[in-house]
Design a protein around this ligand. Structure first.
Ligand code: XMP
Length: 511
């Protein structure tokens, strides 16, 4: 069954992805498309509604994104947000002017409850909205009326209900706007007529059916890292095409304790061909004597590509390559959901003469939606809730040269830290947490004897985008217990420190 669709038309705002996600929270499927998407293409998708996003520009700037009037004649309900609201007003003959002083942040907003957006929800007549604009709509186009105001913005919301055109200057998609989700829900349900029947279970079913149709009896290859995204993509493809799928899992030997086996166990009985390449020796032999972080990364990257290539040869001809790309990875929105590979795409080290298609079944989803989908598909919680893990693995968490002994030491220390964080019930609140084996040795005392052993550093951060991060405020008793267990249970470690630097200036990983 075709699902009802709302299209978010992207004008370059920072919250585009969030708007799409909010619409899905209302139980309606949603996709983000570039504002450059041809009108016929948009109309052909038969959306029940369109939402214009915000954007950093000014409608009067020639270079800013514009849109033809015709979109307003399609009869499809439209909600304009921020720049999208100004664009709607400007395109339909209203006037947009610069603010005397820009309006930014939480703003008292007075709502007219006779608007369908604001009337049917628990929203006081005056409530907080989140504003971020330098221009405002100073004159409405013909047929529109004002439905919200602030002290600085006479048209904080406006509409022409007869044409199903709605606009808000503020951002209903961010949590700071009181009842913002309710406003979006009102738009999609009461204006667009959404049934709200979109669920992750339904989505999984629909995607599986689409994949089956697309792939037919073709052969599919997937490079499995054991991370959430590639694991969920693998589970999806396994359900869709079963034994036409081959997953190659390059085990470089730098996974955390038991992780390689857990990945293998999770996929062994799924019907797909699962190839685990044990490449530990090859990686270690290339890394012997190497201590420079960049060189380590380079060697691991190259060896990974070579190993994947060798394993791929055994699979024979492949028609599709699956990638676990998720929405935040998609740089250019509006691109099609399948494209022929180009030589500069370095996907698990593809040679330049390949001519198979890339399949990206998670392209429209956010991380937490991917996890939900994984749960829906019955994927092991170990994989669904796995924290991000760098491709080079523990190799970049051992400062300096890597040895088997150091790997063992780090694996044990890291496992203890993870266990204690889970015992403290903090595992889902901290974005990433791990142990690092520094190459600092220091003096300690154990029993009556002097020791001269390694220092383990614990790193735990909270972040939303991994570009900036704070260190996690782990309670002292948890840190104390972790430190005590590590020095007692792990050989060659006599000191544990906690890393309390933010990113920037530090990075999350130590190498
Ligand atoms: P940094 O250390 O740059 O890390 O603050 C930011 C995030 O990226 C992860 N990371 C990697 N992920 N391959 C990956 O797939 C890599 O080479 C790599 N290096 C860092 C890191 O774990 C953190 O989540």
């Amino acid at each position: 069954m075709e699902h009802q669709l709302v299209i978010v038309l992207d004008f370059g705002g920072q919250y585009n992805q969030l708007i799409a996600r909010r619409v899905r929270e209302c139980g309606v499927y949603c996709e983000v498309k570039s504002y450059k998407t041809p009108l016929e293409e948009l109309a052909a998708r038969k959306p029940i509604g369109i939402i214009f996003t915000g954007g950093p520009n000014s409608v009067y700037d020639e270079k800013s994104p514009h849109i033809g009037k015709e979109i307003f004649d399609l009869g499809i309900p439209i909600l304009g947000i921020c720049y999208g609201a100004q664009l709607m007003a400007y395109t339909l003959g209203g006037k947009v002017s610069p603010c005397d002083a820009s309006e930014y942040g939480k703003t008292d907003t007075h709502y007219d409850h006779s608007s369908v957006l604001f009337g049917g929800i628990a929203l006081p007549e005056t409530a907080t909205s989140w504003m971020s604009h330098n221009d405002f709509v100073s004159e409405l186009p013909a047929g529109f009326r004002t439905t919200a105001t602030t002290s600085k913005c006479p048209n904080a919301a406006f509409e022409d209900a007869s044409r199903k055109l709605y606009a808000v200057q503020f951002h209903p998609e961010v949590n700071h706007t009181f009842a913002g989700l309710g406003m979006i829900d009102s738009f999609v349900k009461n204006v667009c007529g959404a049934i709200g029947d979109w669920t992750m279970a339904g989505y999984a079913k629909a995607v599986i059916a689409q994949l089956r149709e697309k792939i037919g009896d073709g052969k599919v290859l997937l490079g499995l890292s054991g991370g959430v995204d590639s694991s969920v993509a693998a589970a999806l493809l396994a359900k869709a095409v079963g034994d036409q799928l081959t997953c190659i899992f390059v085990d470089h030997g730098f996974m955390r304790k038991n992780e390689g086996d857990e990945v293998e166990a999770a996929f062994k009985d799924s019907g797909m061909h699962f190839v685990r390449v044990d490449a530990k020796e090859a990686f270690m032999s290339k890394l012997r004597g190497v201590s420079d972080p960049e060189q380590k990364r380079k060697i691991i990257g190259e060896e990974f590509v070579r190993t994947f290539e060798r394993a791929k040869k055994d699979v024979g001809k492949v028609d599709f390559l699956v990638q676990g790309t998720i929405y935040p990875d998609v740089i250019e929105s509006g691109a099609g959901d399948a494209s022929t590979i180009k030589s500069h795409h370095n996907v698990g080290g593809l040679p330049e003469d390949v001519d198979f298609e890339i399949v990206e079944p998670l392209r429209m989803l956010f991380k937490d939606e991917v996890r939900k989908l994984g749960q829906e598909l019955g994927l092991s919680p170990l994989l669904v809730w796995r924290q991000p893990f760098p491709g080079p693995g523990l190799a970049i968490r051992i400062i300096g040269e890597i040895t088997d002994e150091k790997l063992d030491t780090l694996r044990e220390a890291d496992a203890i830290f993870r266990e204690e964080i889970a015992n403290a019930g903090m595992d889902k609140d901290i974005s990433q947490y791990f142990a690092v084996l520094t190459n600092v040795r220091s003096v300690g005392v154990m029993g009556d004897a002097r020791t001269y052993d390694y220092t383990v550093a614990l790193r735990a951060v909270t972040t939303t985008d991994f570009m900036t991060a704070n260190f996690a405020e782990i309670p002292y008793p948890t840190l104390a217990l972790t430190a005590s267990r590590i020095v007692n249970e792990v050989k060659n470690v006599n000191r544990v420190v906690y890393d309390v630097t933010t990113k920037p200036p530090a990075t999350i990983e130590w190498e």
